[in-house]
Design a protein around this ligand. Structure first.
Ligand code: C2E
Ligand code: MG
Ligand code: MG
Ligand code: MG
Length: 291
């Protein structure tokens, strides 16, 4: 083909490549429809207090209940949703569901903090902060229970724009977290001027806590940096008791990870919490070691 001058500059696709392209296009259309059809579901993953393991809050994580393929994880569709703009509707669906759930728990006397992931494309909508504030008000949800998670990279992409969106929401009472902290290459001094409430230490550093050496020293420094900035520090992705103990010993305030629980459907989360006895008295249940 390359030797044929008539075909130079032509894009030649073989059947497998064509399949991949058609598949990608189908998935995009499918995802757009999935949002409208209610095939998306919000899962909740608990975060626990590093000292007594009582429930500290939950992170809302989207899943796609595909009619044929079953449950699809966000790693397979968030990037595409961001590229195509679908993330704006998808993100608002997750935001609405999560705020509604937080308000419902609050009405039952269970004040559970809910963290929601937000992408750059959502922040770029001029009316984003106004829409979020109106939504939280409309549901009668205490704004202090809502945390918005943005990655380090987003925060440093256009700091003036991000600040413009964050300021009114912060003033209203919503909290902000830097997600996957330590994985970006951001200007830390500039990032710190955004005054985040929470730093989520990326899973890769939490994994490094278990083995002595340079990796552990980097993890230790990242946790210390978060504390020095006056943030609540959350260790993400703790899978073993060794990681949990080290994160706690090094000063993390909260821990999230498969060691405690995976992201779950609302029903499964309710069952998990009930089993731990936390629905009635969090501190007491954790102290007596009820599981
Ligand atoms: P994230 O915000 O950093 O969320 C934490 C991810 O780590 C989740 O993956 C969670 O299941 C996973 N995780 C938690 N504990 C452990 C552990 O102990 N071990 C391991 N191996 N993994 C753990 P998930 O649910 O697949 O989400 C992946 C990413 O997709 C999220 O990372 C977030 O960046 C994005 N995402 C998820 N839901 C949304 C959403 O509603 N909107 C936006 N914009 N992004 C979302
Ligand atoms: Mg997150
Ligand atoms: Mg993260
Ligand atoms: Mg992430």
């Amino acid at each position: 083909v390359l030797a044929n001058p008539r075909l130079a500059g032509t894009c030649v696709l073989d059947q497998p490549m064509l399949d991949v392209l058609l598949q990608a296009e189908a998935t995009e259309r499918e995802l757009r429809e999935a949002v409208a059809r209610g095939e998306l579901e919000v899962y909740y993953q608990p975060k626990v207090d590093a000292l007594d393991w009582s429930l500290a809050g939950v992170e809302a994580l989207v899943r796609w209940n595909h009619p044929l393929r079953g449950v699809i994880e966000p790693g397979e569709f968030i990037a595409m949703a961001e590229r195509t703009g679908i993330i704006v509707d998808l993100g608002m669906f997750v935001m609405e569901k999560s705020v509604r759930q937080c308000a419902a728990w609050t009405a039952l006397g269970r004040a559970i903090e809910v963290s929601i992931n937000v992408s750059l494309e959502q922040f770029q909508q001029a009316d984003f902060s106004t829409t979020v504030i109106e939504l939280v008000k409309a549901h009668g949800c205490p704004p202090q229970l809502i945390t918005i998670e943005i990655t380090e990279t987003i925060a440093s992409t256009d700091i003036a724009m991000v600040r413009g969106q964050i300021d009114p929401m912060r003033e209203f009472g919503i909290r902000f977290a830097i997600d996957d902290f330590g994985t970006g290459y951001s200007n830390l001094a500039q990032l710190a001027t955004l005054k985040f409430d929470i730093l989520k230490i990326d899973r890769s550093f939490v994994a490094g806590l278990e083995t002595e050496g340079a990796g552990k020293e980097v993890s230790r420094s990242i946790i210390q940096l978060g504390r020095n900035l006056g943030c609540r520090v959350v260790a993400e992705g703790a899978e073993t008791i060794g990681q949990v103990s080290a994160a706690s010993a090094l000063g993390c305030d909260e821990i999230q990870g498969f060691y405690f629980a995976r992201p779950m459907t609302l029903a499964a989360f309710e069952g998990w919490q009930h089993k731990r006895g936390e629905a009635t008295s969090p501190k007491q249940a954790a102290a007596s070691g009820t599981d």
